[in-house]
Unconditional design. Sequence first.
Length: 393
Amino acid sequence: MRAGFLALALAAWAPACSGATRPPPVSGPPPGASAPDNPFVGARFYVDPDYVAKVELTIPIAPSRAAQIRRAEAYPTGIWLDSIANTALVSRDLDAALAQQKSAGQPVVTLFVIYDLPERDCSAKASSGELTLTNGGESRYQTEYLDRIAAQLRAHPAQRIVLIVEPDSLANIATNLGVAKCAGAEATYRHSIARAIRTLSMPHVSLYLDAAHAGWLGWQGNRLKIAKIFRDVLTEAGGVDTIRGFATNVSNYDSLRGGDIARLEPSDPCADELTYVEKLSATLADVGITGKGFIVDTARNGRSGIKTKSGSWCNVKGAGLGERPQASPGPRVDAYWWVKPPGDSDGASDPTAAGYDETCGAGWPDAAPGAPSAGRWFPSYFLQLIDNATPPL
Ligand code: BGC
C-alpha cells in the first residue's frame, strides 16, 4: 500500500499524495440485512478479533498503560483480505457477527477490504501481492479470490456487509501510468475491478470503491481523471448503482479539516479530506455519478504538522489516532472508520527486507524507524498513535 508518491514522475503531477468492550449500541431499525441507504446507520460495528489479539500483545510492552491500550480494542478496523488464504476470514467473521447480531437484537455491520488485485501496489514495492500477470493472476483473482469471497457473502444474507474495493489501484491508473508496472497493469486493473464489483454486488453488501485522498487526487485535473475512470469501470461492471460509494484516506494521514496539505501543496484546492469529499462529489456528478456516500479512514489522521513531504505515506512519525469510527458524522459521509488497523505497518524500514521501499527507510525523513513489513504489527507505532490520539483516547 502506498499513497501516490511516484506521481511525481508525471507531467500532470499528482503530488504524492499519495471483543472486548464495544461502543455503546445506537438506536435503529430491527435486525436484518437491509440498509436502505447508509449501511452503518442503526448498526453495531463488528470488531476484528485478530486486531484485538494484536493490541493485547502490546500490553506486556507497556503494562502501565494497559487500560488505555484496551480502550483501543473497542473500535472496528478494516479486515483486509490481502491474500487468497485470508478469504477464509469472511465466514469466520460473518459467523461471529451473526451471533452478535442475534444476541443484541440489532444489525451488526462488518467491513472487509478487498485487496489482492493482480500486480497490486504498482507504484510502490511494500505491498506487492501474490497475483501477477505472469502467474495467471487475472483469472485466479476471479476463481480463487472473488468467487470464494462471494460464496461466503451469499451464505450470510441476513447481515450488513461493507466492502472497500482495492485501495490505491484506480488512483494509480489515474496518475501513475509513467511507472512501467502501472502502465502494464492498466487494463487488468480496470477489468478486474469491474469483475470484483459484478461478483460481489448483492443486496446485503455495500461496495465502496477506493478514491485515494485529497493529497493525491485533490487537483481538479486528477479528480476529473479518476471520475472518468470510475464511470468507465462502473459501466463495465453494470452501472453506477452497483456501488454505494467511495472510500477515501485509506491508510493515509490527511486531516478532516485543516492540516498539512495547505502548507505542503498550496496549489491543491482540496486542503483537507472533507473538502475532497465535497469536491469529488461535484466532479463525480459531472460524469453522471450521483448520490454516493463516503467512508473516510480516520485511523491515523488525528494530528497534522507531521509531514515534511506531502508524498510521505509510510509509517509517518508523529501520527495519532483520529476520530473514532461512527456512522453519519456529516454530509455525504456514511462513516468514519479505522480502515487501516492502527498499529499495522505500512512497510519495512530494513533495506534488506523483501518488498523494501525507500519511502519506509532510514533515509526518508518522515518514516518511523524499526518498522516490520507491511501488515505486520508495529507495537511502538501503535503506542505512538495512542499517545497522539486526537481526540484523546
Ligand atoms: C498490507 C496488507 C495489510 C494492510 C493492513 C497493507 O499495506 O499490504 O498486507 O493487510 O496493509 O494493514
